[in-house]
Design a binder for this molecule. Structure first.
Ligand SMILES: Cc1cc2nc3c(=O)[nH]c(=O)nc-3n(C[C@H](O)[C@H](O)[C@H](O)COP(=O)(O)OP(=O)(O)OC[C@H]3O[C@@H](n4cnc5c(N)ncnc54)[C@H](O)[C@@H]3O)c2cc1C
Length: 383
């Protein structure tokens, strides 16, 4: 019997694969998803109430917002910062001395937001690489290290005092090597916009294409004439278009990519217990980058999430008594891109999507929209 040739196979069903699948479905295109799980790095406790991976959405998550239900608001003013033995909030008397820097920083954040909004819109119909080429301002930020940007703009003071901890909590990186692009990308969203915890109903999300999903692991992608041959643990598949929506370190192997950026690890402990005095002032405790602990976050069900850079952090420092409900070793959690972007088009009808260039769910989702739009456009031109 002749083997079925799929129009498109999407490998991976995290948020980027979902972006691609939803766009193809909305345009009545045929596709198959081969994936190990649904949601990828959007993963939760067994009762679905606590996010163990991706944690928040912001006001500017235009595409993502349609798929999720918003939860507790995370307010900048309610974060307690811990720097060595010092403990403080953002709005305190010391902030007065940083007001000129704060104004300057806010100007940069607003400027970035405007350019980034246009960039994301462009990315629906252009690869991230092409869209970046069109904007010299964003391109220079992508190539610049945060540390150099802050020095140039004379805003290290306010960043080291307050925002440093926020970025450490978000990125698990203890230095300022990530690009000025990613610094501004996260800082403007956390600093200027409403930020919420969220939940993703995975069954509802895949309902429109539930029957197009196969749970399996892809081991190899090869060519078969003009088409692609996919070898999984259990079977072989043939497709005209392939969309690789796996995490960067898996895509690297599947596509034999030479370059892959630095990977970042993190540990997560989901804890039930009595928190010690000093760690209970507000729901979110953010730590300075010299600490091995990045965040402690009080959950609406009374439990706590503790993110650390080190497996051997002593939780007795924070809890007088506790049980670990679950723990997860994010090895890696994500990459941080250091200079040049990878192209989405990796060959004829072969697409790479996800967060290999730009971190976060919204941008990942948009890479999925772009790959789907390319497939739809190519189909139209062949008809
Ligand atoms: C701890 C943590 C906290 C984060 N917090 C936030 C946050 O608050 N906000 C935010 O916007 N982003 C956050 N992120 C980043 C965000 O989760 C990612 O940028 C985004 O989810 C990437 O989506 P993706 O679809 O590209 O990859 P993934 O979510 O990794 O999905 C990859 C998919 O590929 C599948 N797969 C892997 N290998 C194979 C294979 N060989 N064969 C078949 N299928 C395969 C997996 O099963 C999965 O379905 C966080 C990430 C982590 C780890």
């Amino acid at each position: 019997m002749k083997k079925k040739i799929y129009e498109t196979i999407i490998i991976g069903c995290g948020i980027s694969g979902l972006g691609c699948a939803h766009t193809l479905k909305d345009n009545n295109k045929d596709f198959l998803v081969i994936t190990e799980d649904i949601g990828g790095r959007i993963c939760t406790s067994s009762d679905g109430k606590v996010n163990y991976g991706a944690y928040f959405v912001t006001y500017d998550y235009k595409h993502m917002k349609k798929l999720v239900t918003k939860g507790r608001k995370i307010r900048f003013k309610d974060i307690t910062f811990h720097n060595g033995r010092k403990r403080y909030r953002f709005f305190n008397r010391q902030i007065i001395k940083y007001i000129p820097q704060l104004i300057k920083l806010t100007f940069h954040l607003l400027k970035f937001r405007r350019a980034y909004g246009i960039f994301k819109k462009n990315c629906e119909h252009m690869s991230q690489k092409e869209a970046l080429e069109q904007d010299p301002y964003l391109k220079s930020l992508y190539k610049k290290k945060t540390i150099d940007f802050l020095k140039e703009q004379h805003i290290e003071g306010v960043v080291n005092k307050y925002i440093h901890e926020v970025l450490y909590a978000m990125s698990f990186v203890s230095d300022q090597k990530p690009s000025a692009f990613s610094f501004l990308q996260w800082t403007y969203q956390l600093f200027l916009l409403p930020v919420n915890e969220f939940s993703l109903d995975k069954n509802m999300t895949i309902l429109p294409f539930r029957k197009n999903i196969i749970r399996d692991t892809v081991l190899k992608i090869g060519k078969k004439g003009d088409n692609y041959l996919i070898k999984t643990r259990n079977k072989k598949f043939i497709a005209r278009n392939i969309v690789v929506a796996t995490p960067p370190w898996i895509s690297k192997n599947l596509l034999h990519l030479e370059k892959i950026d630095k990977t970042i690890n993190a540990y997560m402990f989901h804890v039930k217990g009595s928190i010690r005095e000093g760690w209970d002032e507000t729901d979110d405790q953010f730590f300075d980058p010299h600490s091995r602990t990045c965040v402690i976050s009080h959950q609406t069900d009374g439990s706590y999430l503790v993110y650390t850079k080190n497996k051997n952090v002593d939780l007795n420092n924070y809890f007088s008594s506790f049980d670990i409900i679950s723990q997860k070793h994010w090895k890696p959690a994500f990459t941080y891109p250091e200079d040049l972007m990878l192209d989405c088009i990796q060959g004829k009808n072969l697409y790479l999507i996800g967060d290999h260039n730009i971190g976060g769910m919204e941008d990942s989702y948009i890479t999925g929209i772009y790959a789907a739009n390319q497939i739809i456009k190519n189909n139209l031109s062949q008809e």
